[in-house]
Design a protein around this ligand. Structure first.
Ligand SMILES: C[S@@+](CC[C@H](N)C(=O)[O-])C[C@H]1O[C@@H](n2cnc3c(N)ncnc32)[C@H](O)[C@@H]1O
Length: 256
């Protein structure tokens, strides 16, 4: 088992600029299957791969969500979608997560409200595979936005929760290398103003929502007015929600 002492791993990570070097070292040592495996993981981390891709999981709402190379790593700020959706749901309700990535939001909602029926869609095959590991098979679809959802769900969904890409194209170069170099461009690029996918989501959501159902879209503080305008243009009543604790912003749109 690992022969690299914890302190040496932490020192290597610290020298590479990892802020939480000791914590990361403990996790990598705990995950390693052999000394060679540990050395390989440390080398990949030092070269800038996200810790979560090397561990195979990301912490989200207190759960371990399976993630792998080429899959967007769920961020803490996205827990706001779970906090907002949980009180809206009852057992038996249908929840749809579009642009689901590893389906962290749907998975956390299933844990928070047992008995809900989750469906999730992503366009990236690697994300779909991760989402199936987290949510189980049967209700995770590969394809564009809502296109693969069964038509039988139209007008029956209590919550559509979405963290779509919303980084403006010309801001991607300014992102940390961990995201820029190791998460797929389709997971980040929201077009010229960042809102291309959100606008398509807002236009598509109303036909799936049950009366009184809610669309929740993560956004940034700066983009929130534009996200709210897209939701209003789709005929839903928008309100902006913000959590300073999570540093998260979302717009909720309710179907009358
Ligand atoms: C910012 S990531 C968020 C992933 C996940 N919702 C989360 O918070 O962890 C955006 C995701 O949207 C997916 N995506 C981008 N365009 C899409 C489209 N047209 N249809 C379906 N999924 C799309 C990407 O593959 C990526 O997994």
């Amino acid at each position: 088992m690992p022969t690299l002492p914890l302190a040496d791993v932490a020192a290597a990570l610290r020298a590479a600029g990892c802020v939480f070097a000791e914590d990361e070292a403990r996790l990598l040592v705990g995950a390693a299957r052999s000394p060679a495996d540990l050395a390989a993981r440390v080398a990949r981390r030092v070269a800038g791969e996200p810790l979560e891709h090397l561990l195979g999981w990301a912490e989200f709402c207190g759960l371990r969500i399976a993630v792998g190379p080429g899959v967007f790593v769920p961020r803490r700020r996205t827990e706001l979608l779970v906090r907002l959706a949980t009180p809206l749901l009852r057992p038996g309700d249908v929840v749809v997560e579009l642009c689901c990535g590893a389906a962290a939001v749907a998975t956390a909602l299933v844990a928070a409200v047992p008995g809900i029926v989750p469906h999730a869609v992503d366009i990236e095959p690697a994300a779909v595979a991760c989402a199936r590991r987290n949510l189980g098979d049967g209700r995770v679809y590969g394809g564009d936005l809502d296109a693969p959802l069964p038509a039988s769900l139209q007008g029956k969904v209590a919550v559509v929760a979405v963290n779509a890409p919303y980084v403006p194209t010309n801001a991607i170069a300014l992102m940390p290398p961990e995201a820029r170099d190791h998460e797929p461009r389709v997971a980040l690029d929201g077009g010229p103003d960042g809102l291309d996918v959100q606008r398509r989501v807002a236009a598509a959501a109303p036909r799936w929502l049950a009366p009184g159902g809610s669309l929740l879209i993560e956004t940034s503080e700066r983009q929130a007015p534009s996200t709210a305008a897209a939701i209003a243009a789709a005929g839903l009543a928008p309100r902006v929600e913000r959590s300073e604790e999570l540093d998260g912003t979302a717009v909720v749109g309710v179907r009358a």
